[in-house]
Design a protein around this ligand. Sequence first.
Ligand SMILES: [Zn+2]
Length: 204
Amino acid sequence: MPEIHTLVLGDYQVNCYIVSPQGGSHCCLIDPGYEAPVIVKKLNDLGLTLDAIVLTHGHFDHVGAVKDIAQLTGCRVYVNPLEKTLPPQLTAGPLCFTNALQDGMTFTEAALTFTALHTPGHTPGSMCLLTQGVLFAGDTLFAGSCGRTDFPGGNARDMLSSLQRLSALPGETWVLPGHGESTTIAEEKRNNPYMRQGFPGEYL
Ligand SMILES: [Zn+2]
């Protein structure tokens, strides 16, 4: 397991994760949504050098601090370019990024190798990132729930396929969502109604 520090930021209580290898001095940030100074201070306190920001999707509550942190640190920024199709009011202006995430790609940052899974439904370019048995699930999978599909670019059918895909991961996979508590794939297969039964017909 990597070492993970969680900051819960902003009005939408978004989970921003600082991820580093055990004992490592470099890190990645998942979804820095707000409060760049708070995040940068935490990185300094931990003595970690930021190599990359990895975004699960383009919504403003996940990307709000990207520009400031990227300018300050010169880190790389990964996102699925499909998120550029979201209306600008949902992304808080143009998305700034350096690297495109694509389904199935692997990449190494801060000595952690990530596998990117395209899991559309909440947004067209939503991604889940897997590293060392930990899944950063963004707003695709929550403990007991899943992300909304009624925003522009959302799609309930896609969400169902994405949840199905995630349910094929090993049960012990640790799930760290964009909001709320952590969980495991096994726990969600047992108790998450969206993963178990899908959506009622009228939503599809
Ligand atoms: Zn979202």
